[in-house]
Write a protein that binds this ligand. Structure first.
Ligand code: AMP
Ligand code: MG
Length: 411
């Protein structure tokens, strides 16, 4: 028997994104205050200039530069005041000044504002000690945004800064895509839930908690499908009920081709179209992806580290495509290797890594934790993944490698 065919990560991604783009996406309204993490379903343009008027950037006195053109120390007559939310109605003429506070609308007349600390306030008049040019300390109308400018792009995932900007331009409610629902289940006769009495040979499920955490990070509604036994019929039922309840089905375990591994059989039984079932990647070789009517099914490896890495590299992009999001481009930074490593050609490796500083103060990548696809301690506490290319057979100290940081370590 020849070596079974494996799919490269980039080809697997193309297949997944192609299938995910067939999903029909529903939309709903969402108040801006609750919009964090939601995906915009339409472009949003600011209906107003921001700020809507010229206004004061400092506390001080507003006047026209012509007033001091001939004698810079000439006292200017104070004719009133303007505060934020309390505009001054009149005009400020040459030779006059208006007491003004940050955020107040600039009335007709003045073209600059002198700060308190740069003048002497005599109560009825003010003497300036600094020469100002037109525009000094004035925030011009439209400095932030012009009416018609796009403040939110369709497919963009809303951040805290976006919420501020959208509200600032007067937007109270957004049209967003309906959040995705995912069913997660684990498979294996040896797997039980933490908190239960354990018998010899049984292990506590770590994949469902990992997947639950990763999905919470993505703002996806989770339906817990529990633990499914290693029986063909049980798996078929689990996938079928998943398809009926969710947009995305994530199972772990039973994805290779051993006698206990029935996920491929189950996928055929439910009429799903298989996209691939072995990856040219480590960890993560035994992994299948399939789709049916725009819904995606991922049979992730049973080994917890492999399940985690496959989620990050393949499921997260699929979630983007399914949820209408413009696919995120994970940050990839080139950093020198602080470790040596040997591998076989033909499989890209994604090792768990941390960033350290060497004796000269330069950053380098160090491997984290114990080796092996089942060693969950190697993912807890990592900064990200280091990629060892498919064709490489060794990594030497100082080699420049791609490092993909995880969100947890970013600000
Ligand atoms: P499998 O792909 O089902 O052959 O599983 C590969 C390895 O991962 C086996 O040692 C399983 O016991 C282990 N494993 C499978 N599912 C889980 C799980 N949910 N939590 C922890 N380990 C698991
Ligand atoms: Mg199993």
């Amino acid at each position: 028997m020849g070596h079974p065919e494996t799919t490269r990560l980039e080809d697997a991604l193309t297949l997944i994104l192609g299938a995910a783009s067939k999903q029909k996406r529903e939309t709903e309204n969402c108040p801006v205050m609750q919009a964090y993490g939601r995906i915009l379903a339409e472009d949003i343009k600011s209906p107003i200039d921001l700020p809507q008027t010229d206004n004061a950037a400092v506390d001080g006195f507003a006047f026209h530069t012509d007033s001091l053109a001939e004698s810079p120390e000439r006292p200017l007559k104070i004719i009133g005041s303007a505060r934020a939310g309390h505009p001054f109605d009149g005009q400020v003429k040459t030779g006059e000044a208006l007491r003004i506070y940050t955020g107040a609308i600039l009335p007709k007349g003045p073209n600059c504002i002198i700060m308190h600390e740069d003048c002497t306030d005599k109560g009825n008049s003010v003497i300036c000690h600094k020469r100002l040019s037109a525009g000094t300390n004035i925030r011009p109308r439209g400095e932030n945004l012009n009416a018609g400018e796009v403040v939110g792009k369709k497919g963009h995932r809303i951040t805290a800064a976006d919420m501020g900007q959208l509200a600032a331009s007067g937007c109270a409610e957004l049209r967003v895509y309906r959040p995705l629902k995912a069913v997660i289940f684990s498979t294996g006769d040896e797997v039980i839930d933490a908190g239960r009495m354990r018998q010899t040979g049984q292990i506590f499920d770590s994949n469902r908690p990992i997947l639950a955490g990763l999905l919470q990070q993505e703002d996806i509604q989770i339906i817990d499908g529990g633990i499914i036994s290693d029986k063909k019929e049980a798996l078929v039922t689990a996938y079928q009920s998943g398809l009926a309840r969710a947009d995305i089905i994530l199972s772990s375990g039973g994805a290779s081709d051993g006698i206990e591994d029935h996920s491929q059989y189950a996928l055929r039984e439910i009429g799903a179209e298989l996209l691939f079932w072995r990856l040219a990647m480590k960890p993560g070789r035994p992994m299948a992806a399939a789709h049916k009517e725009g819904k995606m099914i991922f049979c992730l490896p049973g080994n917890p580290v492999a399940a985690f890495v496959c989620f990050k590299l393949l499921v997260a992009p699929a979630i983007d495509a399914l949820s209408g999001r413009i696919p995120r481009q994970p940050l990839v930074v080139k950093i020198k290797s602080g470790f040596q490593h040997k591998k076989q050609a033909g499989r890209a490796e994604y090792l768990r890594a941390v960033i350290q500083t060497d004796s000269t103060g330069q950053q380098q990548i160090a491997l984290h934790g114990r080796k092996g696809a089942g060693v969950i301690s190697s993912v807890a506490g990592v900064d990200g993944l280091v990629e060892i290319p498919l064709d490489a057979i060794a990594v030497e100290l100082g080699d420049m490698l791609n490092f993909i940081p995880f969100q947890e370590q970013a600000l």
